[in-house]
Design a protein around this ligand. Sequence first.
Ligand SMILES: Cc1ncc(COP(=O)(O)O)c(C=O)c1O
Length: 397
Amino acid sequence: MTKLALDRIVAAVQAALPAKTTRAALHEPHFGGNEWLYVKQCIDEGWVSSVGAFVDRFERDMAAYTGARRAIAVVNGTAALHLSLVLHGVRAGDEVLLPTLTFVATANAVAQQQAVPHFCDVDPSTLGLDPKKLDAWLQEIVVRKDGRCVNRLTGRSIAAVIAVHIFGHPAEVASVREVCDRFGLPLIEDAAESLGAYRDGRHTGTLGHCGTLSFNGNKILTTGGGGMLLTNDEALADRGKHLSTTAKVPHAWAFDHDQVGYNYRLPNINAALGCAQLEELDTFLARKRLLAERYAEALSGIPGIELLREPASCRSNHWLNTLMLAAEHAAERDQLLGALHAAGLAARPAWNLMHTLPMYRDCPRMELGVAEDCARRLINLPSGVALCPPAPQKGVS
Ligand SMILES: Cc1ncc(COP(=O)(O)O)c(C=O)c1O
């Protein structure tokens, strides 16, 4: 078997990036719009903390952008996930199904609710939950008791499913939703990485019962740290806002709290950054699409590798560009990572799969062969907005 042409791959990655790039991070924030202006406005006016006009505007703008009826701004994507689980009635000891190929926050949010992550396999074309395997697995393990789904292998209730849109590629959530509806399970979409990505014309995070976003510094749009809960359910949104605001009963001066709540409010100063970044989002997306095309062109024809492509009927946001090594080259992955790093290119492997982490090693799971195979063969390439060619100007031919 011939070995991967490491030098040729490194040269192709460099060729896709702006000339003279000597150091490329995996993903960096990009500030080129009204960020300073809006943050200064918060400081000038004294509204820097958990209430303020930018919080309201960011929620309104994000609902309008995604098409969700309501958007609730919170401190980060993990808090948004945890809040979603609370809102859907997940209790201590329940099981929540989620893909093993995800960032640790998805599983941690389940554990924070004292629930048990139950790991599922993914589809190789999206890297998101495989709806067929999910369906078959639920049919095998679920017994119905008093209207609940109970895992007959563990005796625990199954309370929810979380689908994750990995690296900005939409998972097959319409099919996952259909499976969840049949089993009466709420579907939460972890859209932390997929702002600006659509399946069948609908924004990721709006096809399930609720969705969550992250605005961490490594995401397409950043507020420093931040997150959002998206839902079309007005009552759920009202409860979410209340719980994320320490369950404070609104009153001009009295401090009354009617249940155990959370201080998950996004500060106004972070929301100010978010409003400015959202104004730039379409430009960021256009530039990232151009970078994906440049990578595709530069890397085409090199044996043993291929780029993960936008799934059918989808518009990916190209948050990260992903190189898949052919199965016979999986053992060369770390050599390629080393060669890319030696050239100043901060490429990264997939996260260690959740079922392999010490705290989740004993959690229930289905057979996870596809996720294990993909994780062995996957390398993410530098994908920040600053590395992308400028988007074509509107109205300029
Ligand atoms: C898939 C996924 N879920 C959840 C999160 C958590 O978001 P945050 O870092 O804002 O808590 C992230 C990223 O950080 C993520 O990539």
